[in-house]
Design a protein around this ligand. Structure first.
Ligand SMILES: Nc1ncnc2c1ncn2[C@@H]1O[C@H](COP(=O)(O)OP(=O)(O)OP(=O)(O)O)[C@@H](O)[C@H]1O
Ligand SMILES: [Mg+2]
Length: 281
């Protein structure tokens, strides 16, 4: 297993009066080459969890194993460069991630730091991948909109060609088409390059339409990991978690409550329309 959490605890501001236990006894395997969603209410520990994947945070207790690297509170991790090349993390707030004078320098930072060739060409290719106009490469990242900053941060991570791509709310601040394009990009990176993708999201439509597995966080604990195809079948569990299911699932439920019997496998608009047509025509 390439990514594994074992009994991981994380406490912010340890040994101070402000200490806060954000992760409790996390046991979790991330399936390689899949798209895994991390969901849960605000403050449930999603961002804290994913920052352990490239050792931005070190567990207070337990171990995180990423490929051959094991990280625990017992040893000060050395040579994190290799790990950070393999696991690219796009922060929840991209403005924390951008710091160079120009967009181009920012995207080139990772590739240059890892002595990769053709950093400028990579930067240009990645700008195009995230649907940004290559002409913005000489602009200061500070002069960009929130959505553009997010795209630049994603381009900077893609330019390092990591094996695992971790994205903390990657579509926040994008318009609906931009969000859809971005999710399609992650899906194509997963399918064509077989990269493992981990996405923190509050968007259940994205979970249903793009992800393979879903991890539910609840008050610093992992409530469970599920196949997306199973997860949305149990709407009573979703209600307990205060999760509003995707609209197609809710519509199907309403129809069934009115006497229809739509197959539980129906999970997209086209199949739902076909199922309705079958009954009413
Ligand atoms: N730097 C910090 N110092 C102290 N407490 C923190 C710090 N960062 C986060 N926390 C606390 O840890 C808990 C988990 O925070 P985290 O950011 O992981 O939640 P989240 O699930 O990502 O939430 P959101 O959906 O709002 O992004 C929260 O209660 C938060 O207040
Ligand atoms: Mg967060």
């Amino acid at each position: 297993m390439s990514i594994k959490f074992e009994k991981v605890n994380y406490t912010y501001s340890l040994n101070t009066p402000f200490k806060y236990v954000a992760l409790k006894e996390i046991d979790l395997d991330i399936t390689p080459n899949k798209i895994t969603a991390i969901i849960g209410a605000t403050g449930s520990g999603k961002s804290t969890l994913v920052q352990h994947l490239n050792a931005l945070l070190i567990p207070t207790g337990g171990t995180v194993t990423v490929f051959e690297r094991m990280i625990s509170s017992l040893e000060k991790p050395k040579k994190l460069k290799d790990l950070r090349k393999k696991v690219g993390l796009v922060f929840q707030f991209p403005e924390y991630q951008l710091f160079e004078e120009t967009v181009e320098k920012d995207i080139c930072f990772g590739p240059k730091n890892f002595n990769m060739e053709d950093a400028e060409k990579r930067a240009l290719d990645c700008l195009k991948l995230v649907s940004l106009d290559p002409n913005i490469k000489q602009k200061s990242p500070l002069d960009l909109s929130g959505g553009q900053k997010r795209r630049v941060a994603i381009a900077g991570i893609l330019a390092m060609d990591p094996d695992v791509l971790v994205l903390d709310e990657p579509t926040a601040g994008l318009d609906p088409k931009g969000a859809k394009d971005m999710m399609n990009l992650f899906q194509s990176i997963n399918q064509t390059m077989k990269k493992t993708i981990i996405i923190v999201t509050h968007d259940m439509e994205h979970v249903l339409n793009y992800c393979d597995e879903v991890v539910v966080m609840d008050k610093g604990r992992v409530r469970g990991k599920y196949l997306v195809s199973d997860f949305f079948k149990d709407t009573s569990f979703l209600k307990e978690l205060n999760i509003l299911p995707p609209s197609v699932i809710r519509f199907k439920e309403e129809l069934n409550a009115c006497g229809f019997s739509i197959d539980e496998k129906v999970e997209d608009i086209q199949s739902l329309a076909n199922a309705i047509v079958k009954v009413v025509l």
